[in-house]
Design a protein around this ligand. Structure first.
Ligand code: SF4
Length: 371
């Protein structure tokens, strides 16, 4: 496992405005960009390299597309200087529609970006406004068309389920995106944090658990009918267009994390960076990593089941055996009984949660895991 190429995640903690539901680490003071990138480059520069070869890069946020392209050029130059990107398979950058320009896309193109991920969230302009997004659906379509014109063919759009809107509005978003030139759609459930700006608004729509489950089923069915196959609970892709970077997380691949709140998994150690931009700027570079924890082989085996069973393909029994020197069904005694009840299945050497049981995957994992 540790000889495999690593992945890189870089967090860009700037947004033009804060959305009412957001729990990510980001700030709206772009005057801090200069100091931030300076610190970020210092962190990348001083990182002790365990594996130089990189398979995927994900630049997330925040809103990476909102910062000056010079910083993005410098970031890619820094990564190229420090790591071996010659065999990189995928580079994703998260974009918000209102900040997509020819200038930005040209910068991403010259730096080898292969995949764009748009925070669309809904196609209903009223909903977008209510949750504090800065773009309209029309701006998203313009950005998508521009991206295609400039040679980007691998594009994701995020949707959110459970927003303060009517069920029909969510259905309409799903029905609209399936007809757009996208290769990937993610459907995330809204997490409402008590006291957040939109908590009351969401409450007023009173979506029940059953409503949310029906909306999720509707999304799965409609997306699959249009060729977007579910490969993870929230992720749907045209064949061969699964996000390699995220697949890596679910397959326990190792990754470096740079920037506030970014986590990493290097060797057998998981870590987080300090949470906020303010902390990141004042903390000495050598102290940016917190919560460093060595993950034992036993914990890794549990994690690999927990993450792997969220994938529709499940996890390979052979790989599990090779990695942990244990038979899956001996390591997890409850797996036998879950298999007998049809909550697990073995297909082509992989153990997986059958499609019709995916909605209870969390309960299945609770019963399965030994920690
Ligand atoms: S654009 Fe994304 S990261 Fe920024 S505030 Fe909105 S949801 Fe949060």
């Amino acid at each position: 496992m540790t000889n495999q190429p690593y992945q890189i995640y870089v967090h860009i903690p700037f947004c033009k405005a804060r959305c009412g539901y957001c729990a990510f680490s980001s700030c709206t003071n772009f005057q801090l960009c200069e100091s931030y990138f300076h610190k970020l480059f210092e962190q990348i520069e001083s990182t002790q390299i365990t594996q130089k070869t990189i398979s995927t890069i994900f630049i997330g946020g925040g809103t990476p597309s909102s910062v000056d392209v010079n910083y993005l050029d410098q970031l890619f130059a820094k990564l190229r200087q420090k790591f071996d990107l010659s065999t990189v398979e995928e580079i994703t950058v998260e974009c918000n529609p209102e900040s997509v320009t020819t200038n930005l896309l040209a910068c991403l193109k010259r730096n080898g970006v292969t995949r764009l991920s748009f925070g669309l969230q809904s196609t209903n302009n009223q909903t977008l406004k209510a949750i504090g997004r800065l773009h309209t659906y029309e701006q998203f379509v313009d950005a998508l068309n521009l991206a295609h014109q400039m040679g980007f063919a691998n594009i994701n759009a995020d949707l959110i389920l459970g927003l303060p809107e009517r069920v029909e509005s969510f259905h309409n978003s799903v029905n609209t995106v399936v007809n757009l030139p996208l290769t990937h759609v993610s459907v995330y459930a809204l997490e409402v944090h008590e006291g957040s700006e939109i908590a009351d608004l969401v409450q007023s729509f009173a979506h029940t658990e059953d409503d949310l489950a029906d909306m999720y089923d509707y999304a799965c069915q409609t997306l699959e009918e249009h060729g977007f196959l579910r490969y993870e609970i929230s992720n749907f892709a045209k064949p061969g267009r699964e996000c390699k970077h995220n697949l890596g997380y679910w397959q326990e691949k190792r990754y470096y994390g740079f920037g506030p709140s970014a986590s990493g998994f290097v060797g057998n150690v998981r870590y987080d960076n300090v949470q906020t931009l303010d902390e990141y700027l004042v903390t000495p570079t050598e102290n940016l990593l917190t919560n460093q924890k060595e993950i034992s082989l036993f914990e890794q085996a549990n994690e690999s089941a927990m993450l792997g069973l969220r994938l529709t393909q499940g996890l390979s029994l052979d790989t599990f055996h090779q990695s942990y020197n244990a038979d899956f069904f001996q390591f997890f005694p409850n797996a036998n009984h879950l298999l007998a009840k049809g909550y697990l299945a073995v297909v082509d050497g992989n153990v997986l949660v059958p499609k019709d049981k995916f909605y209870v995957v969390n309960s299945i994992l609770c019963e399965l895991l030994t920690i």
